[in-house]
Structure formats: C-alpha cells, structure tokens
Design a protein around this ligand. Structure first.
Ligand code: CO
Length: 211
C-alpha cells in the first residue's frame, strides 16, 4: 500500500475520533436525514473543495461537481442532482462556483485535442463563441482567461434558470435563488458575480416556460 493510501485511511480514523470527541452523537444525528439549504455546482478541481471553502459542515451543502462547473441541459447526472435538490430537499440557494485558472476553461480557449474530454470542453467553447466579440477584444491573455471564467459561470447560472426544474419551482412560488461565484485559487476568496436570478423574467423570452 502506498503511503498516501495509508495516510487517508488513518486520516478518516482521526477525523471520526475528533468529531466524536466534540459530540458523541455527531454521526448518529447526521444519520437521521439531511436538509441542506444549498446546492453547490462546482469544478472537479481538487483545489476547490465545496464545503471547506465556505466553512460549511456535513449536512449543509448538496454538491455536484464536474469539469468546469457546467450545467449541460442533457446531462442526466446534473439534472437528477438539481431535481432532487430543488424538488425534494427544497434548497433555497444554488451556487455555480467557477474558479480562476480553471483548466477546463483554459482548454476551451485553445485548440489542442486532449481526448474524449474534447466533447465536454465543447460546451464551454459554445460560451466563447457566444461572447466572442467581447472576449477577443481583450488583448491580455490572462485578463481574457479570467473574463471567460466569469462569463462561463454566468452562462451556467442562466442555463440553470432555463431548466423546467428551476422554472417549475419558481412557478409554484418556491423560494429559490441562483448565484454565480468565482473562487480565487491564489487567495481563497470568492467573488460574487451578482447574477442573482429568482424569476424566469430575467431570461430571454424565448426561454420562459408557461406552465
Ligand atoms: Co476548474
């Protein structure tokens, strides 16, 4: 067994001991059920652990992560998580959290083929094409990269709002707020992009569903 593998088994034991020392009923209480107020849709990047960066405890955040925090409307995994979070858990907030320096977004700005993942990255490229005039006008590559990371998050928030799941919840008067954040790998600080959606009136009319 590798040292790392041994370390994580030990890490789990220590974590359990710490939790039980603080509260002997800790796991017993958690086992009764969950009602997290937040769904987090983030990047798979190992440097952006959902709970940890917002100081949240087990039971407080329902999590979905994929490469470049995408909301792809044909992704059954994302739709199932969203449906469960909104319609069963009744979360009040959904945060799409991207991060500066995202490898998926970077790959989408370039032309190198990196295998099967090209097909996933293509969704991000669609966002670039949508904002091509603005993004191409940014000369500095780092600035353009940062701007694209932010725009990608905003697009995913809009894509959440376009789903029948989110619009259905709004239609029935559910308190459901969508937000877009970008996390700074080199600072630990999140930036709220102020794309706070709580009604389908914020969408282009062509996406507004009538129920
Ligand atoms: Co990333």
């Amino acid at each position: 067994m590798s040292d790392f593998y041994k370390k994580i088994i030990e890490g789990n034991k220590k974590w359990v001991e710490t939790k039980i020392n603080q509260d002997p009923q800790y796991f017993e209480k958690l086992s009764h059920g969950q009602s997290p107020p937040l769904l987090w849709i983030g990047c798979s990047d190992s440097r952006v652990p959902a709970n940890e960066v917002i100081g949240a405890q087990p039971g407080e955040v329902f999590v979905h992560r994929n490469i470049a925090n995408m909301v792809v409307h044909s992704d059954m995994n994302m739709l199932s998580v969203l449906d469960y979070a909104v319609n069963v858990l009744k979360v009040q907030h959904v945060i799409v959290c991207g991060h500066y320096g995202c490898g998926g977004v970077k790959a989408a700005m370039g032309n190198d083929s990196i295998g099967l993942i090209d097909n996933w990255i293509r969704h991000i490229k669609d966002g670039y094409r949508h904002h091509k005039t603005y993004l191409d006008s940014i000369i500095d590559e780092k600035e353009r990269f940062d701007a694209f990371v932010e725009l990608n998050v905003k697009e995913q928030v809009l894509d959440l709002a376009k789903t029948s799941i989110v619009q259905g919840a709004w239609r029935s008067g559910q308190d459901l707020n969508l937000h877009g954040w970008v996390y700074g790998l080199n600072s630990g600080i999140v930036k709220d992009l102020q794309v706070n959606l709580s009604s389908n009136k914020d969408l282009d009319t062509v996406y507004q569903l009538q129920f």
